[in-house]
Design a protein. Structure first.
Lengths: 238, 38
């Protein structure tokens, strides 16, 4: 219990430090002050990829082990993934409007594929809500989670596969095309957002497990009391 | 979009994450109450 609050405090402190670093580095030569929102955009997109990867792995783990905690991790991670994909889309549109002069372009491979991924995972959450039986829900969600995760590499590599409006990655193992101040702010935010994701997923998983216990209790309370009514057995009259 | 609007959006993005966390804490408390009631 206490460790949950300690890690939550660390995540919030990391986020505050990331906010401070991203707000205090010198403005970019080309993007001016607008560069600051790109730190939120990149970190959110990274966490979304991570979340959907975890949804797939946890879903497959449920199929293999049938342990419901795996299904609960998959559900919690998908919720977080949708939240951070939404944030990445929103901040990307604000940044695009300020720097490119257009908020949205369906011709851009990264934007279109990310939007598609966002709607597919909203569908995943809708599927979960539409099925009452926990086992059927977990099985179908695991399969959808595994299929939907195929989009993650497609979204990531879309900038190199199709050269459209989006820039290629600024941080590569062999080359970094970013001033040091921006790089430090970007990496700090990536770490802080990852910690935030881990903490939030832990909280949400616990809550989904508790909800499952309450659902099971409610169902047992609603069950008819006493013996079930059985039809009379017909036999020879005595 | 002008600079102040983008900087405000930048600030609001972090606030949204904190807001999500506050919602988690509130939801957690409600669930614990429900569990206690039963």
């Amino acid at each position: 219990m206490k460790s949950r609050y300690i890690f939550s405090g660390l995540a919030v402190a990391g986020l505050a430090y990331g906010f401070f670093l991203a707000a205090s580095h010198p403005p970019d030569q080309l993007q001016l002050e607008f560069v600051r929102i790109s730190h939120v955009h990149v970190a959110s997109a990274w966490v979304a990829f991570l979340a959907f990867g975890v949804t797939m792995i946890a879903g497959l783990a449920w199929l293999a082990t049938k342990r419901f905690v795996m299904d609960h991790i998959a559900a919690a991670s998908a919720e977080l993934g949708v939240f951070f994909t939404g944030l990445a889309l929103l901040t990307g549109m604000i940044w695009g409007d300020a720097v490119w002069g257009r908020a949205w372009d369906w011709g851009d491979a990264r934007m279109a594929s990310t939007a598609l991924m966002f709607f597919v995972y909203i569908g995943y959450l809708a599927l979960r809500r539409s099925i009452l039986d926990p086992e059927i829900r977990a099985r179908r969600a695991s399969i959808l989670g595994a299929v939907a995760a195929l989009q993650v590499p497609l979204v990531y590599f879309s900038v190199t596969l199709w050269r459209t409006l989006h820039p290629t990655p600024s941080i590569r193992p062999d080359d970094v095309t970013m001033p040091t101040g921006q790089l430090v702010a970007m990496l700090t935010n990536l770490a802080a957002f990852t910690l935030v994701y881990v903490v939030f997923t832990t909280w949400r998983t616990r809550q989904i497990s508790t909800e499952a216990i309450l659902e099971a209790r409610d169902a047992s309370e609603l069950a008819p009391a006493g013996r079930t009514i059985e039809p009379p057995t017909l036999g020879p009259a005595t | 979009m002008n600079e102040p609007a983008v900087l405000l959006s930048y600030f609001l993005s972090y606030s949204l994450i904190i807001g999500f966390f506050v919602r988690l804490v509130v939801q957690d408390r409600k669930l614990r109450d429900r569990l206690g009631d039963n």
